[in-house]
Design a protein. Structure first.
Length: 271
């Protein structure tokens, strides 16, 4: 890393993600899923989400008080340094509520609007993924030591394993189900992981050939998008556009292009 700022930002993001992940993992009540349909567990999850975001912003602000923030739980400040942190303290809230392992802490750093550092920690997997712009994508946990990530060689689309996600609004979900119905016969299969950040990292790690979802926010994808691209994936939204709330698509070159075309043809970006 020739830019001396990048190691500092990466180390800080890794520390903040590790500590927030430990807070969420160790602070989750053992019986949270028992009453998963009641209001009280939701309140607990919200409290944990807010506490994790505060921990992250506190850790970063203690060392870099002039940086800005954009966070899912309301952290928002412009800052004066040119660095902005984009934070999802708990990506995969429903998985967390039910005790499923696929949830994560996602932290990205942007400089003048360009993503330069991304860290995704998945504590229940025991895995952490990270990337800096131009420095490749890396992971620890399921591999011996630190492993450089690379997307899978692209299969024909009918042999591609693709992940997606669904909105919580019934009408939007119904449209997404119709898009998936059209897409499934054209793929090897579809998965629904529940954490956009982890899905993007799984593309980077070669565990998925592609991923798409509608309705994502910047904090859902900021870190995972950089990690996927640094592992060799292509990412985008609708043809010619960047990932957005309309559509986010990621995949190995050779999978990304036909998947994006199909999603456009199927109207995946609108009701």
């Amino acid at each position: 890393m020739s830019d001396p700022l990048l190691p500092e930002l990466l180390e800080l993001a890794q520390e903040a993600a590790r500590r927030a992940g430990e807070l969420l993992r160790d602070g989750r009540p053992a019986d949270l899923a028992v009453a998963a349909t009641k209001s009280s567990p939701i309140d607990v999850v919200t409290e944990m989400d807010i506490a994790a975001e505060k921990l992250i912003t506190d850790v970063i602000s203690a060392r870099r008080p002039d940086d800005g923030f954009l966070g899912e739980e309301g952290a928002s400040s412009e800052g004066s340094s040119g660095i902005r942190w984009v934070i999802d303290p708990l990506d995969g809230t429903v998985n967390y509520l039910y005790g499923l392992p696929t949830w994560s802490v996602s932290i990205a750093a942007e400089r003048d609007g360009e993503r330069i550092v991304g860290v995704v920690a998945a504590p229940m997997r025991g895995e952490t993924y990270h990337a800096v712009l131009g420095g490749g994508a890396w992971a620890t946990g399921a591999w011996e030591g630190e492993c450089r990530l690379a997307v899978r060689p692209a299969p024909p689309l009918d042999q591609a394993l693709v992940s997606t996600g669904f909105n919580y609004v019934a009408e939007v979900k119904a449209h997404q189900a119709e898009v998936a119905r059209q897409l499934i016969p054209l793929l090897r299969d579809i998965r629904r992981g529940g954490s956009a950040a982890v899905d993007l990292c799984d593309v980077a790690a070669g565990r998925l050939d592609g991923y798409y979802e509608r309705g994502l926010n910047p904090w859902d994808v900021a870190a995972g998008d950089l990690i996927a691209r640094e592992a060799g994936a292509r990412t985008g939204g609708r043809p010619g556009e960047r990932p957005s709330r309309d559509l986010t698509v990621a995949g190995a070159p050779g999978v990304f292009e036909p998947l994006q075309r199909l999603l456009e043809d199927f109207g995946a970006w609108h009701d």
